[in-house]
Design a protein around this ligand. Structure first.
Ligand code: ATP
Ligand code: MG
Length: 433
């Protein structure tokens, strides 16, 4: 008989007391109703690795929504349920816990979402991606903390291997190709040789996956600590061209991602910035192909389009004689992530300096006077007000005026000269003055 491993000490040591307490109460409640509750997936893997993971996934052999509703009454929090999937999410200020009804899945067609029906913990584990993600911990009081490891996940953790559960795994769901690369690189593991062979053989199956699901996997990659490692590996295994054939996972990308991290430290860079850098070498047309292949939401699509179109302004931005107002004109209106991406990616030091000047200073420069001030000074409400405000803005940017008083003087001078030629902008009152 295999030895029983009990992880209750690890749970106590590695998870916050509130969560441990919650799991114990949940296990007791399930037990009192004749059901079994388990902690599953990534958190079990990370407990064994000694890494922090507060993303609790619980699986119940029974109605998870019903249990979640009872638990939320004791622990007052927010509950969201998905009756179609038999899942519920419980949220408190600091934590959230996902509860799912144990299920079994059948894949009718590669890449399509599976047919799902209630099942046992064994069937629920069998539907999972890799052995290291396929362990569970019993939470019922009589067996609290016992590890369930049906597929040798613990051994694979020890040998640092990412291994699928059966040979059709990548055919059933090719997003597992990207997931496999993500875990391999995140944990510094290796794809187990047969898994690697099957992964390579099933790369064409990525064509069966919807753009939305691929984008979701890419976003998970770009939220990792070192996404460039995963992209490099994806290039090496010829997975990357499935995103777009012109994408690269090379040293240039690694350098730019590192610079992005330095810039946003201690936070990780936003996904949009990484994506803009990744798409940087693409032509306009290739960029559009990527946007539609990944069905990018509006804001990400805009970041990518702005980045690409700004790239064509870089030559003008490399002119050392550019005035601040010209720099402003070349850059304003673009999304700030696109500007940042260009500042990291451009190879002209002068253009970079100009972009930096815009980001640090110019974008914040505004004239002190407003449209109201101008009418008070005697201008009739008309499109000329906007024109004068623009001129004032440029004068401010170029350092021709530095104070409110200076602005007023400038406006008066303009009004005087205009008043002589273009009286219509002046009210009678200002003419009298
Ligand atoms: P992470 O640390 O990346 O969040 P995780 O293991 O918690 O790792 P999730 O994406 O949160 O990963 O998914 C939770 C669990 O659901 C996984 O551990 C895995 O068992 C299972 N899972 C997720 N996606 C798939 C998939 N495409 N195919 C099979 N099982 C999956
Ligand atoms: Mg998770």
């Amino acid at each position: 008989m295999p030895e029983i491993t009990n992880l209750s000490d690890k749970i106590k040591k590695q998870l916050p007391a509130e969560l441990v307490n919650f799991m114990q109460v949940a296990g007791e409640m399930a037990y009192s109703q004749g059901q079994s509750l388990y902690l599953v997936g990534g958190v079990v893997r990370d407990l064994l690795l000694g890494q922090t993971n507060l993303d609790l996934d619980l699986v119940l052999e029974g109605d998870a929504i019903n249990l979640a509703q009872q638990l939320v009454e004791i622990n007052r929090g927010k509950i969201t349920t998905h009756p179609r999937f038999g899942t519920a999410k419980l949220q408190w200020d600091k934590w959230s816990v996902d509860l799912a009804t144990a299920r079994s899945e059948t894949y009718v067609k590669p890449g399509a979402l599976p047919r799902v029906k209630p099942g046992t913990i064994n069937s629920d584990l069998f539907r999972r991606d890799f052995t290291i993600n396929t362990m569970a911990i019993y939470l019922n009081p009589s067996h609290y903390g016992e590890l369930i490891d049906l597929y040798g996940g613990r051994d694979d953790l020890e040998h640092k291997l990412v291994r699928i559960l059966h040979e059709k795994s990548f055919i059933d769901d090719a997003t597992r190709i990207w997931r496999g690369l993500r875990y391999e690189q995140r944990l510094d593991f290796q794809l187990e040789p047969t898994t690697l062979e099957l992964l390579k053989r099933n790369i064409p199956m990525l064509d069966t996956i919807s753009g939305d699901r691929i984008r979701h996997e890419l976003e998970l990659i770009l939220k990792e600590k070192y996404p460039e490692k995963i992209l490099r590996r994806a290039e090496e295994l010829e997975v990357l061209p499935k995103l777009h054939p012109a994408l690269k996972g090379n040293g240039w990308l690694a350098e730019k991602f590192e610079q992005a991290r330095q810039l946003t430290s201690p936070d990780l860079p936003p996904v949009g910035l990484y994506l803009a850098l990744q798409a940087y070498p693409l032509t306009n047309e290739e960029n559009e192909q990527l946007v539609s292949h990944l069905r990018l939401p509006k804001s990400l699509a805009r970041t990518l389009r702005d980045t690409n179109s700004l790239k064509t302004n870089l030559e003008s931005l490399a002119d050392p004689e550019l005035s601040p107002s010209s720099i402003y004109r070349l850059l304003h209106g673009y999304s700030s992530l696109a500007i940042t991406a260009n500042s990291l990616a451009c190879d002209s030091p002068i253009a970079c300096q100009h972009i930096q000047l815009f980001l640090d200073e110019l974008r914040y420069v505004k004239p002190t006077l407003t449209g109201k001030d101008l009418t008070r000074m005697g201008m009739a409400p008309s499109p000329h007000i906007k024109e004068i405000l623009n001129l004032l803005h440029e004068a401010r940017l170029d350092g021709e005026v530095r104070s409110k008083k200076g602005e007023e003087e400038l406006v008066r001078r303009w009004l005087d000269s205009r008043g002589r030629g273009a009286g219509e902008v002046l009210t009678n009152r200002s003419k009298e003055l």
